[in-house]
Design a protein around this ligand. Structure first.
Ligand SMILES: *Cc1c(COP(=O)(O)O)cnc(C)c1O
Length: 236
């Protein structure tokens, strides 16, 4: 597997999908989903031009931070976050993509306040109502967004969503379109405030082209960059 070849190929696919949608390739950022990757492959990805790393697990995040594996890239937290672990994430990442409850919002606000920082966040939406997944219900989004706006140490930047795993090409396009509509609503509502709502994080290896067609500004790609991951729980 040639990582720099993969980075190039994914960037070309992003550019082609953007062009097909009448968008500029620079409008779509690439976040490398680095779960299960070793320090060396993260460093190799950054050397190959990756500018944003997305981490799922607090434990992996901490280990990679301690090893300085992310030097040269920004870091996003993209996994489920428990309130008792916010201390290990707030102020240590550029963006927390997965805030999905008032409790978590409060915990992030409290920790950011304690550190005297402003934490950028996305609100995660559970667009298909899947019980196994994080994310708030679409109906809860407006008031959650208002809560985020009121929090002095939080800056709401946009939305994130993970639609169902699909094997049928194009199957998630309707979800991406729904998320985009929610995003546009939030953008309009919040536009008189100081904050910039500019990030719509959706699309993974199997479906990022469809996400870009529906307006994604950030795609999170793992497998297409690093190859298949070992199954969960496999010792490394
Ligand atoms: C693993 C992961 C991705 C990337 O998944 P691939 O299918 O490997 O591209 C994107 N987003 C989140 C939240 C993930 O956990």
């Amino acid at each position: 597997m040639d990582l720099s070849q993969n980075v190039k190929a994914v960037r070309e696919r992003i550019a082609a999908a953007a062009a097909a949608a009448g968008r500029r390739p620079e409008e779509v950022a690439l976040c490398a989903a680095t779960k299960t990757q070793a320090n060396e492959s993260i460093r190799a990805a950054i050397a190959a031009g990756i500018q944003v790393c997305g981490e799922n697990r607090v434990q992996e995040l901490s280990a990679h931070l301690e090893s300085n594996a992310y030097v040269g890239a920004r870091v996003h937290f993209i996994g489920r976050l428990q309130t008792n672990k916010v201390r290990q994430v707030v102020g240590r990442v550029d963006l927390i993509q997965s805030v999905d409850s008032p409790r978590l919002l409060q915990a992030v606000e409290a920790q950011a306040g304690k550190l005297g920082v402003v934490q950028d966040i996305l609100l995660e939406v559970n667009i298909a109502g899947e019980e196994s997944k994080g994310g708030c219900a679409p109906a809860d989004l407006p008031w959650l967004a208002e809560e985020a706006q009121k929090a002095a140490h939080i800056r709401l930047r946009g939305l994130m969503a993970i639609p169902p795993i699909s094997t049928v090409p194009g199957a998630n396009r309707k979800y991406f379109s729904e998320i985009r509509n929610l995003f546009v609503d939030i953008m309009k509502k919040m536009s008189d405030n100081q904050s910039v709502i500019d990030c719509l994080s959706m699309g993974m290896s199997a479906d990022f082209e469809d996400a870009i067609a529906e307006g994604a500004t950030l795609v999170r790609v793992g497998t297409a960059l690093f190859g298949p991951r070992p199954p969960m729980g496999t010792p490394r």
